[in-house]
Ligand binder design. Sequence first.
Ligand code: GLU
Length: 507
Amino acid sequence: MTARKVRVRFAPSPTGPLHIGGVRTALFNYLFAKKHGGDFILRIEDTDSTRFVEGAEEYVNDSLAWLGMAVDEGVKEGGEFGPYKQSERKDIYKKYADELIESGWAYYAFDTPAELDALRATAEAEKRNFAYDMHNRMQLKNSLSLSDDEVKQRMDAGEPWVIRFKMPENTDVQTNDMVRGSVTFNTNTLDDKVIFKSADQLPTYHLANIVDDHLMEISHVIRGEEWLPSVPLHIMLYKALKWEDTMPTFAHLPLILKPTGKGKLSKRDGDKGGFPVFPLNWQLEDGVAAGYKESGYFPEAVNNLLALLGWNPGTEQELFSIDELVESFSIERVNKSGARFDPDKAKWFNQQHLMRKDNEELSLLFNDELNERGVVADISFVEQIVAMVKERVNFVSELWEQSFFFFEAPSEYDPKVVKKRWKGDVPAFMGDLVTELEKVDNWVADDIKAVIAAQIEAKGLGFGLVMNAFRLALVGGGFGPDLMVIAEMLGKDETISRVKAAVENIG
Ligand code: GLU
């Protein structure tokens, strides 16, 4: 048998902004496809019109594009297995539902929502669960329990119906999940799921999903673990439709857990912990749900951090570009147990990817920020600064607070540093230093340092004390890179003017 071409799909329902759990599912599909020279397909599963959310499909497209996951076939990209949006495939599904009725694998059911609600309520009152299943289907209103005449009458009268899958009794359904290994389900615990509805002439998720995976020649289904309970129904559908031979192989990915490790990561956790759980900003009625992009993350950092939520390379390596991920990825190394999300680690990944970027690229990014602040600077100057401070930041947006003093004089002085460093003989010394600094001809770090050191020596002050006061004058606090380099880069006039300002303004 020739090996089957790897074709995987990411199949989101456009019911809201894609959560990072969904993004990780997309990423693992993408990595698996690229690793095996296969196709990465994007299918929009929008058969449930009641849950449709405007803008959600576009959000998926924008998110994948930002993260660099190129889609081989999809709504926008087209492809020979289209359409790739289920609402545009409406005419395809009915025939398969009919086929299942004819072969006895499915039946019509006429129970109204109100009747089913009443049965549910009674069951609840008796502390039982209600399920429409093999145990009670003959007591309910369907084409198995009613006579052919009555079924016909109801249908002719235009009564709404659904088609339910007739789950066989006491059958073991087994699968070899690529993540979980051999998993067996017994059908006795399963209900008769609705697979098609007359009201909108549309299939439900289960039928549409199986039909499309089959017609689109999907080889592997990689999705979140919340779909594991659907596997026995899906396998039974493949059997019933006689597609078992080409049934895809399943892989169910572990949950992404809250930072505490207890329960699934939610939007609320992000709100509480101040970290994004969405790839891009998403507009809400009363604000914005924060996205990784707008929070200053690099796409490669997001891919990297998501890849390591549930997968490990089997080595000590933690930093990966997307190409390196493709190279190293293997579905066998995906864990079964949930992966705890660590917001600090997420920042760390960004910092590491920031460090990996060359100074030229970073300086262009930082320059955009500078322009937004109305600061215009020579790009080679910006590049020098980036090189000096980049290891102190996690995000490009933090470069400003580490380097603003290169672009403007401090407007205030950190009171704690003032108290500790600007005392005793220091103010007078700094006043005298101005005269000495004015004498420096060649304004370079070493010469500036030599002059200050000579002064310190002459006046018998502590080197550290003076240097910290000098730093306070130049940057406004106790932070920043090499002080003499700062002075050199600021230039003679600006340095002297800042020392003068400090002497005048710190009281
Ligand atoms: N439409 C489903 C979802 O929203 C797809 C599940 C699957 O991949 O089979 O997650």
